[in-house]
Ligand binder design. Structure first.
Ligand SMILES: [Zn+2]
Length: 211
C-alpha cells in the first residue's frame, strides 16, 4: 500500500494567505517538564490555514457549515489532473480535455505545488472551469493553492461550487503525485457551525479500498 501525504505542515513560519501575519498559526507551550510533570501546548489557528476544507457558509450568507457534506465524502474515489503547464486560471477549455467522472473528487495539480512561498499570482480555478466541473457531477475539487480563486471579485468559483455542496479542498501539496486515479482521504475536525476546517489529507492506491 502506498500512502502519499498531500497536507501542508502546520507551523508558525508556514505560507499563509496573502502573507498576512494575522493568518499565522500560534503554537504555545502551556506546560512543560521544567514546570510540571506533563508537556501540553495550545494551537490558535485560522480555519483556512494550510490544507483545509471550505463549507458553503464561507461564501454564502446563511449557507451550511461543514455538516452539509455527508461523511462518505471523507473517503472518496479521486482523480488527480496535471495542469502544471497552465500559467493563470484553469478554464473549461483546459478541463474538457481530461476524463472527469461523475461521483469522483478531482484534484488540480499546478505549478503552485512547486513553490514554497505564497505567490499572489497563484494558479486558480477560473469560473468557467467551476461551471464545467459542476456539469460533470463531481463531489469535490481540490487545488494546491491556499485559495481556489483570485481576481474574480464576485467569487464565482467558490459560489458555483459551494452553492451546489461541492466540497472545496485548498492548500494541497501535490508535487510528488502523478496524474491518475486514487482514493482520497480528507476529514475535517468535528467542529459544528463553522465555515472551514484544517484537514490531514492523503492519497492511497485504488486497490486498497473498494468504494
Ligand atoms: Zn478556504
Amino acid at each position: 500500500m502506498t500512502i502519499i501525504d498531500i497536507s501542508m505542515p502546520i507551523q508558525t513560519d508556514m505560507p499563509v494567505y496573502k502573507n498576512r501575519d494575522e493568518k499565522r498559526p500560534g503554537i504555545q507551550v502551556v506546560r512543560d517538564f521544567g514546570s510540571g510533570s506533563v508537556y501540553e501546548s495550545r494551537l490558535s489557528i485560522d480555519m483556512h490555514t494550510g490544507t483545509h476544507i471550505d463549507a458553503p457558509l464561507h461564501m454564502i450568507e446563511g449557507g451550511g457549515d461543514l455538516t452539509v457534506y455527508p461523511k462518505e465524502r471523507w473517503v472518496s474515489p479521486c482523480t488527480v489532473l496535471d495542469f502544471t503547464h497552465i500559467k493563470d486560471g484553469i478554464t473549461k477549455e483546459d478541463l474538457i480535455k481530461k476524463e472527469i467522472l461523475n461521483g469522483e473528487f478531482v484534484l488540480l495539480k499546478t505549478q503552485n505545488s512547486f513553490e514554497e512561498d505564497f505567490n499572489t499570482d497563484f494558479i486558480y480555478l477560473e469560473k468557467t472551469g467551476a461551471e464545467y466541473l459542476l456539469e460533470t457531477g463531481i463531489i469535490g475539487v481540490g487545488i494546491d493553492s491556499l485559495g481556489i480563486e483570485r481576481s474574480q471579485p464576485g467569487h464565482e468559483t467558490h459560489k458555483t461550487l459551494l452553492g451546489n455542496s461541492i466540497m472545496i479542498l485548498e492548500g494541497l501539496r501535490l508535487k510528488e503525485v502523478v496524474e491518475g486515479k486514487y482514493i482520497l482521504i480528507a476529514a475535517p475536525l468535528n467542529i459544528p457551525g463553522v465555515e472551514a476546517s484544517p484537514v490531514r489529507a492523503f492519497l492511497m492506491d485504488r486497490g486498497f479500498i473498494k468504494l
